[in-house]
Design a protein around this ligand. Structure first.
Ligand code: ATP
Length: 983
């Protein structure tokens, strides 16, 4: 059989010139002297089939395979070998061609090889796979050197089995198994690495999981707590706000009550004082009147004694009894008439007085009526002013109409350093400028004045943190004024209708003037539109002008005008409050004045009434006295008529000097009596007045006492309400703070977002408590653990999946290896078994008798078992292989080789001087025996032995006619003999 049809070599080792060897016969002998290049042919075959080991090619490096030059010839740069195979029996199963050429080229410059199958460039791997199919590899059964033949017997059973591995065709499996095992090891390493990671994650995961569950639990509880606590806080805040409003109203009402009561008490105290001072005056008057009274009584007494003396003196005079009686009657009548006359005069006087008092009373009553009416009007006016004041103050204090951010800053002014207030809180705008100022200031009234820019920074952070809106701030340390140029100021001041510069028309504390200078210094205020246009023309439409009714001319000429609602501006609030307070004070003074007058009139009326009563009493008494006197006079007149028979009224009355004296004295006594009565009357009036004053004072003191008590009660109540109010405001602030601190919400935001419904408040509050304590008992929370756990867990799952996949692939690999092992075992066993069956024949053929057997050194493990050969040469017992001679050893090896070839023919076998140790007879036997295999196997035999040469179909001679350059030619046996002999 011919398998390798041709070898073409050029540049390979000693083939410095192109060499072509055509194989036309099954058994080719190659002869030639040592070093002529015979073995280079085998090397060329192995190299072309992809051999990578330079050692196997008997070199140090791959460059050594390129012709390196000889004494006569330069070295070459490349080597090329082509093998041409007959593939009609499809020895190359994978190549569906009848002829297959395999080429390898090597370039010194690049130190790289190129491979070609049937002239198409392929990869090394492709060539190696094809080579495996031929069995033509370095350790192969197909290339057998003398060394390997003698080694076969001497080597260990494990090395020996390689031959059977080759023959069994398990090399492919072995290579695959090696790959698989390498892969398995790599995969196992990978798995170990992944398992290490998995272990590491598994160590961390439980803690992370615990932490993450705890963090989630915290979040859930916190969210639940948030939803219900925000609802409760919102409800609380609403309630507190409502309650605070109620308490403010109560405070306001109580304050008014207290004020009124204090006013009353002060009025009553004043009255009390007046009464006391009046009482003092009365006492003084009483004392004077008493003295006068006493002196009158004394005078009366003296006169009465003198009169009695005169009367007794008259009795002791010479006049008779009748005369005396008549004279006495006359004198008494005269006295009675005088008394009567005096009494009548008194009555007339009293009547006049009575009328005068009546008139005075009427006059005073009338005055008092009007004064009361005036006081009433004043009181109404005061109430009106107070109500105005209350409205303005309440509006000023309420934060209605402020932008959200501004409102939140002002509400939290207490906790924000350096916040002074809004612009509108600081300015006083006169009513007449309100419209003009409102139109230029607009929202700037809500700018917040702060001490410095750092305070502003804190306030802005507060707004940001609480998501509480925005505001414009005016830090006093930053502001600079935008004054108009002096020439413009001078020019406009002299124009018609100029009112002023806006910053100067508003009142503000001096330290804040910069705010107005900053906001308004370049606004010119004029009276009306026409003035505005004139002014604008003068300043060439460069600056802002505003009219008193709010029309504006902007720089460059735009006009903003129309009707502006200024109702809700609070610009004039401060001015209004001041003016109303002044007005209230003025009205209160007026009311006081009226009240004093009314008081005075009241006292006068009282006094008049007292006097009137006294006059009435005196008048009654006097009338009675008059009647008695008339009666007495009538009696005396009757007695006189009885005694004299004459009518006393018609009788000429003649009085002696004593009588005259007595009458005169009586008259004096009478005068004194009248005077005494008058004094008495006065005393009575004053005493009554005093008594009444005391009574009044008592009543006054009682009511003062009551009012003072009431006042103290009101004040206590006010204190209580005030502290309740403070408490409620504090509670509200705490709730607002809690919203902001715990949930980062302002009240308004909470109100908007709050959806929870608080049905059972007690239960909800208990739930809040419970959730808080549950959250507290959770201890430290690692919020990152949620994400970390998820990431680690995902990583863990991924690695576990990978580990499973790797395990699967390990199992697959192991299965594959097992399968390969099984396959190898089967194939190995088969070849051993088959070779064993052929061995006795081949052995006895080569030895000329005897027998041999192949045995496993470890039959339990076919995959690793070594191979032993038990032989019994002809006429000898089974002996130890090592005891054989060199030739015998070669014969044993050849017997085994031929047994294998018998049962597993291979297409090409190269034998390199394998028969060298044999004796001539055995060489002959050997050569002949080979011949029996040539129908299935092509042999290429490098030999020096004649017996072999003689049996070859064709012989090639290797010579080096040119030094260092191999030349191959077909030669005849005789030439071969000569060539061998030259060796
Ligand atoms: P023997 O009968 O002693 O085994 P041989 O005929 O088998 O000898 P080879 O071993 O085939 O001889 O050839 C060796 C020869 O090849 C040597 O002369 C060596 O110098 C030559 N040779 C080997 N490599 C190169 C090379 N790269 N360049 C030139 N000559 C080389």
């Amino acid at each position: 059989m011919i398998f390798l049809k041709r070898i073409e070599a050029f540049g390979f080792k000693s083939f410095a010139e192109p060499v072509v060897i055509n194989y036309d016969f099954a058994m080719t002998g190659i002869v030639g002297p040592n070093g002529s290049g015979k073995s280079n042919i085998t090397d060329a075959i192995m190299w072309a089939l992809g051999e990578q080991s330079s050692k196997s090619l008997r070199g140090d490096s791959m460059e050594d395979i390129v012709f390196s030059g000889s004494s006569d010839r330069k070295g070459l740069n490349m080597a090329e070998v082509t093998l041409v195979f007959d593939n009609s029996s499809r020895a190359f199963k994978t190549l569906d061609y009848n002829e297959v050429s395999i080429t390898r080229k090597y370039f010194l410059t690049t130190r790289e090889s190129e491979y070609y199958i049937n002239n198409s460039q392929v990869r090394l791997k492709d060539v190696q796979e094809v080579a495996l199919e031929t069995g033509l590899t370095k350790s192969s059964l197909a290339i057998i050197s003398q060394g390997s033949i003698s080694n076969f017997v001497e080597s260990s059973p494990e090395q020996r089995r390689r031959l059977f591995d080759e023959a069994a065709g398990v090399a492919v499996y072995k290579k695959r198994k090696e790959d698989a095992v390498r892969k398995l090891s790599r995969t196992q390493d990978n798995l170990d690495r992944i398992n290490d990671i998995i272990n590491e994650i598994e160590r961390k995961l439980p803690t992370l999981k615990r932490q993450s569950i705890k963090a989630k639990e915290y979040q859930n509880k916190f969210n639940e707590l948030k939803s219900i606590e925000v609802a409760v806080l919102v409800k609380d805040i609403q309630l507190y706000k409502q309650r605070a409003k109620e308490l403010t109203n109560q405070k306001f009402e109580l304050k008014n009550l207290i004020k009124d009561l204090e006013k009353n008490i002060s009025i009553r105290s004043e009255q009390n004082k007046q009464i006391s001072s009046k009482a003092f005056e009365n006492d003084k008057e009483i004392s004077l009147l008493n003295k006068e009274f006493e002196s009158i009584v004394e005078n009366i007494g003296n006169l009465k004694v003198a009169k009695v003396n005169l009367e007794s003196k008259k009795r002791t005079s010479e006049i008779d009894d009748k005369e005396f009686k008549i004279s006495d009657l006359k004198s008494k009548a005269k006295q009675l008439e005088d008394k009567l006359k005096s009494e009548e005069q008194k009555l007339a006087k009293l009547l006049v007085e009575k009328i005068s008092k009546r008139e005075s009373l009427d006059e005073h009553s009338k005055n008092r009526y009007f004064l009361n009416k005036e006081a009433e009007v004043l009181r109404k006016e005061i109430a009106k002013v107070e109500s105005f004041l209350e409205t303005i103050i309440q509006r000023k204090n309420s934060l209605e109409g402020l932008f959200e951010g501004v409102k939140n800053i002002i509400e939290n002014k207490k906790v924000l350093p350096g916040i002074i207030g809004t612009v509108q809180e600081l300015i006083n705008v006169d009513q007449k400028f309100e419209t003009a100022i409102a139109s230029v200031m607009q929202n700037a009234t809500q700018n917040i004045v702060a001490k410095n820019s750092n305070d502003v920074k804190i306030a802005i952070e507060f707004l940001k943190k609480n998501n509480a809106g925005y505001a414009t701030f005016l830090p006093l340390d930053n502001l600079t004024a935008s004054y108009l140029p002096n020439d413009i100021r001078f020019a406009v001041q002299n124009l018609d209708g100029f009112v002023g510069f806006a910053n100067q028309l508003i009142k503000i504390e001096k330290k804040y003037q910069i705010i107005l200078d900053y906001l308004l210094a370049n606004y010119i205020v004029v009276e009306n539109y026409d003035n505005a246009i004139e002014t604008a023309k003068t300043i060439k439409f460069k600056y802002n002008i505003v009219t008193l009714d709010g029309q504006r001319i902007l720089p460059h000429g735009a006009v903003v005008g129309g009707s502006r609602k200024v109702k809700n501006t609070q610009l004039t609030d401060n001015t209004k409050i001041k003016s109303y307070e002044e007005k209230k004070l003025e009205l209160e003074n007026q009311e006081n004045n009226k009240n004093q007058k009314i008081n005075f009139i009241n006292n006068e009326i009282e006094k008049l009434r007292e006097e009137q009563a006294e006059i009435q009493t005196s008048y009654g008494a006097s009338n009675k006295t008059k009647e008695q006197l008339e009666k007495q006079l009538l009696e005396i007149k009757d007695e006189y008529r009885v005694l004299t028979g004459k009518d006393l009224d018609n009788d000429e009355q003649q009085f002696q000097s004593l009588d005259e004296q007595i009458i005169s004295m009586s008259k004096q006594i009478l005068d004194y009596e009248t005077k005494k009565e008058e004094v008495q009357q006065k005393l009575n009036v004053i005493r009554n007045l005093k008594e009444k004053a005391i009574e009044k004072q008592n009543v006054l003191n009682e009511s003062l006492e009551e009012e003072r008590k009431l006042l103290s009660a009101y004040k206590d109540n006010y204190q209580k309400i005030n502290s309740d109010h403070t408490l409620i405001v504090h509670k509200k602030e705490t709730a607002v703070e809690r919203l902001s601190e715990n949930y980062n919400l302002t009240f308004e935001a909470a109100l908007e977002t709050n959806e929870a419904n608080v049905e059972d408040e007690t239960k909800t509050r208990e739930k809040i408590k419970q959730l808080r304590s549950e959250i507290n008992s959770l201890g430290n929370i690692n919020f990152d653990s949620i994400e970390e756990f998820e990431a680690e867990n995902e990583r863990y799952q991924t690695y576990v999946e990978q580990s499973n996949d790797i395990n699967d692939s390990i199992n697959n690999l192991k299965d594959a290896i097992n399968e390969m092992d099984e396959q190898m075992t089967i194939q190995f066993k088969n070849i051993v078994k088959d070779a064993n069956s052929a061995l006795p024949v081949t052995f006895s053929t080569l030895f000329g008798g005897g027998t041999a057997q192949i045995v496993y050194t470890n039959p339990e493990d076919i995959l690793t078992t070594g191979i032993d050969i038990k032989i019994s040469p002809p006429g000898k017992k089974i002996i130890n292989l090592n005891l054989l001679s060199g030739g015998e050893k070669s014969l044993v090896a050849l017997a085994v080789l031929f047994s294998i070839l018998k049962v597993k023919p291979i297409p090409l076998v190269i034998l390199d001087e394998v028969e060298a140790p044999l004796d001539i007879a055995n060489v002959e036997r050997f050569a002949k025996y080979i011949k029996t295999f040539t129908s299935n196997t092509q042999f290429m035999i490098v030999t020096h032995r004649m017996g072999t040469m003689e049996n070859c179909d064709v012989l090639f001679g290797a010579t080096m006619q040119q030094k260092g350059i191999t030349k191959l030619v077909q030669i005849k046996l005789i030439e071969a003999k000569q060539l061998s002999n030259t060796n």
